[in-house]
Design a binder for this molecule. Sequence first.
Ligand SMILES: Cc1cc2nc3c(=O)[nH]c(=O)nc-3n(C[C@H](O)[C@H](O)[C@H](O)COP(=O)(O)OP(=O)(O)OC[C@H]3O[C@@H](n4cnc5c(N)ncnc54)[C@H](O)[C@@H]3O)c2cc1C
Length: 398
Amino acid sequence: MRRIVVVGASAAGLAAVETLRREGYDGTLTLVGDEPRAPYDRPPLSKQLLAAQWEPDRLALRTPDDLAGLGLDLRLGVAATGLEPVDRTVRLADGSDLPYDGLVVATGVRPRRLPGEGAHVLRTLDDALTLRERLTPGRHLVVVGAGFLGAEAAAVAWGLGAHVTLLEPAAVPLAHAVGTAVGQVLSRAHVERGVDLRCGVTVTEVTEDGVRLADGTVIDADEVLVAVGSLPNTEWLDGSGLPVGDGLVCDEFCEAAWESPRPKVGGVYAAGDVARWYNPLFGTSMRVEHRTNAAEQGMAAARNLLRPEARKPFAPVPYFWSDQYDMKVQAYGFLRGHDEVAVVDGDLAERRFVAVYRTGDRVSGALAVGMPPKAIRLWRQAIAAGAAWSSTLRHVTL
Ligand SMILES: Cc1cc2nc3c(=O)[nH]c(=O)nc-3n(C[C@H](O)[C@H](O)[C@H](O)COP(=O)(O)OP(=O)(O)OC[C@H]3O[C@@H](n4cnc5c(N)ncnc54)[C@H](O)[C@@H]3O)c2cc1C
């Protein structure tokens, strides 16, 4: 293999190029990214950067020297616009073509938007800097969507002295992800601080003055942040024959499957938020938007691409964290679609607890709030081992 192209210059793409070099690949290595900036870290965007505790240079994932040391053909500020898998060529927006022997797709996701103009989203450094400039004390911020991103931004805005209204269509924020009882406990943190949390509310439109709800009510706001989920960046693969369905569909090795009857051409792997791959540990395909997964999958995809004869299934226990006010939330596993939640340590009401999740007859996830990392790490092992629910510790079912 003499030419490898990685599309997407962020956590997953960077991990892929570094792994390729570390594993001895010395051919041409092109890293393409549509953002003009060198790779930077996103989690601080809704935390330390938005809170003006950190400045942008602190988010850089690597120094210029580190990047130079990788010997990359670095193409920043240019998007990939097409893929011709039979000729093995990536087309770029500047009209050039990049032939490849191997390709890693790491193009991430972008925010879903609502009809209407003028709302903020929070995905890039520029998004975060623009919002932060506007979050002065006394301004009214409406956050649409009380998922992890919306909740973090609401917490930071409250801390900066803004008035915050948090609008959520579900009856309980995050219930679909973490269960109703845990979702209620997390959302109480907003209410106790005076954030105006309104659930069961659907926003249909962003207006000049704020947002319009499904019942016609208009909520006035100085700023609106839309945090209603994301869409995988796969449009550039349209027409390539690669199967796209809420992400680029991959097998357990992170290699892209191909639409039948088109013959499999091979050599295309995916990693990070854009990848929907089959995780054999859970026996299901999944796409996760977690920082740690992006790096780990970037490494796994690169290794499998480079050494197909020794490739290994990518079977991680996903991990994510979230910081809201003084709360640190940490979770392992795949919590969505769980059948039961149980608190095994601490106290839910005090927001210091470990909750574990059952899917079928096994432990599928664990979530901790306000606990030391070791309190949840044991559960990671149980999840990785596919431990049966009945064999785990005594618990109190919620
Ligand atoms: C505000 C915020 C807070 C977060 N907080 C947490 C957290 O607390 N914990 C956690 O676990 N995770 C968190 N995440 C998620 C985490 O940042 C992502 O999982 C991670 O960034 C995914 O990395 P990635 O490389 O797969 O994709 P991305 O970081 O999305 O990078 C993809 C890159 O590809 C580029 N691209 C897209 N299309 C093209 C194209 N056609 N051609 C060229 N380039 C293209 C994109 O512009 C982008 O630069 C947060 C994310 C955000 C936005």
